[in-house]
Design a protein around this ligand. Structure first.
Ligand SMILES: [Zn+2]
Length: 492
């Protein structure tokens, strides 16, 4: 007998509908899965058999074939265990075909018959719409973020067969456990001194300007970067759903049944693989750090230590706000629109020219600088030199200005920018005559390229927005120029 059960599989951060057809026939007993399954799906045979036997359900000693349609789509992950098991029970006559009508099933089976969490539940829930959806009880809240009341859950395969036979009802979804919200970003009040670094964070947050901080160890680069997320406004609902969807597809733990509504902060280590940075890795094509940082911050500490291949891989997301990942399993596009913040030492020994204590040879300094290509350096609107704080500043008893106060100015500046008529590509903000003259002189002297001119204008506009002023003044342009002064430390 033949049964068909609706389900879905994950391809990148997107779900694809899958129909699981199970055929049970006379012949040599065996169990085959066809239709481009990955290794995890092939292993479903063992999990499905063990789960059915542990649930005191009969295993048909006949020839079983499961076909995953459409056959052109690769199927990954263990989420197809449940629809295969349900299809098998229908084909074997244990369940009536009527009871799976109008429902789609996604879930992994434990050998003891339990239903287990599968990653990407939000995308799978999208893909199975408009059918009702049956998922592991622990995944109901996540699927319900996009499907509302159409989602049912069960804890075990045994429970689910009793429900489908009409012998019991759907269980209550466990009350939302009080999961502490992700700890909020550390506060800027912990940072003493560091006027330049603090100002750079504020401008970066207000204008979404990519920021590179250059300074010796102990100059507070990492401490500052970690506090940037706390200056960004909470995510609007559409962005929160995008962020939650990506984290769900990556299998990250989500706050119980809630959207991730704070901008994410991702800080991959420089030894992280290129795959973990950009995504991919298997047929199911997991999103990488650049995508997990979408609508938030990607922080690359020790930028000079990242392999060239990893840095080059950042160019596409920085230009397009998305990244295409190609692997044997096909090509998928992930969102990858982040604010890039990086930190580096000025030279291999870390001391650099600022401290006057550099022990590096000119050759090793030059080699170090070459690791940051000119096109990558050009991506940073703000390149600020930092030095170690003054002992007096460190010992000061007055705390720094708290993040909330800075975040309020950032929000006001963003509101002003939004209220202005959206500038066209390449258009420049309105400048006071002396501000215009300052830029012209920098352009003529060769201190600024055409691209640099555009960036300085944009940063000056943000500085004016933070000051609540409509016209960009000489002072705003001067500050914008000073906020890229660190380029001198890395441009060979
Ligand atoms: Zn040095």
């Amino acid at each position: 007998m033949l049964a068909a059960v609706a389900s879905a599989t994950l391809s990148g951060a997107v779900g694809r509908p899958v129909s699981v057809e199970v055929h049970v026939s006379n012949g040599l007993p065996g169990f085959t899965i066809v239709g481009l399954p990955d290794a995890a799906v092939r292993e479903a045979r063992d999990r499905v058999r063990a789960a059915i036997l542990s649930s005191s359900l009969p295993w048909p000693m006949r020839r079983i074939t499961a076909n995953l349609a459409p056959s052109g789509v690769r199927k990954g992950g263990a989420g197809l265990d449940l629809p295969i098991a349900i299809g098998l029970l229908v084909a074997a006559g244990e369940l009536s075909p009527d009871c799976t009508e109008g429902l789609a099933f996604c879930g992994e089976l434990g050998l003891n018959g339990s239903l287990r969490h599968v990653p990407g539940m939000i995308a799978l829930a999208d893909a199975t719409s408009p059918l009702g959806m049956v998922v592991p009880l622990c995944d109901v809240r996540e699927a319900a973020l996009v499907r509302g009341d159409d989602v049912h859950g069960a804890a075990t395969l045994g429970d689910l067969t009793r429900i489908l036979r009409g012998q019991s009802g759907w269980p209550e979804v466990p009350a939302q456990s009080v999961v502490p919200r992700a700890p909020s970003a550390p506060d800027l009040s912990d940072v003493r001194g560091q006027a330049v670094g603090r100002r750079a964070l504020e401008v970066a947050a207000a204008g979404r300007h990519h920021l590179l901080m250059i300074g010796p160890p102990g100059s507070g680069k990492t401490m500052l970067a970690e506090r940037l997320a706390g200056l960004l406004p909470p995510l609007p609902p559409a962005d929160a759903l995008t962020v939650t969807r990506i984290h769900s597809a990556a299998g990250c733990a989500l706050p119980d049944g809630a959207l991730l509504d704070r901008p994410p902060f991702r800080a991959p280590h420089h030894q992280a693989s290129v795959v973990s940075l950009v995504g991919g890795g298997s047929w199911s094509l997991r999103p990488g750090e650049v995508s997990l940082a979408t609508h938030g911050i990607l922080f690359l500490d020790e930028l000079g230590e990242f392999p060239v291949a990893a840095l080059e891989a950042l160019r596409q997301p920085l230009e397009e706000g998305a990244i295409r990942v190609s692997r044997a399993g096909g090509t998928v596009t992930f969102p990858a629109a982040f604010l890039l913040v990086a930190a580096m030492n000025p030279c291999p020994c870390g001391e650099g020219v600022y401290e006057g204590a550099c022990t590096c040879t000119p050759a090793s300094r030059a080699r170090y600088r070459r690791r940051i290509s000119a096109p990558l350096l050009d991506r940073f609107d703000l390149v600020v030199p930092l030095s170690r704080p003054d002992p007096d500043e460190l010992l000061a008893r007055t705390p720094g200005e708290p993040s909330a106060a800075v975040a309020a100015r950032v929000a006001a500046a963003r509101a002003r920018a939004t209220a202005r008529v959206a500038p066209g590509p390449g258009s420049r903000p309105e400048l006071a005559p002396d501000a215009e003259a300052l830029l012209a002189s920098k352009l003529r002297s060769g201190d600024l390229s055409a691209r640099g001119l555009h960036k300085v204008s944009r940063v000056a506009r943000t500085v004016a927005d933070l000051a609540g002023e409509g016209v960009v003044s000489f002072a705003h342009v001067s500050e914008a120029l000073s906020l890229r002064a660190g380029r001198a430390a890395v441009v060979v």
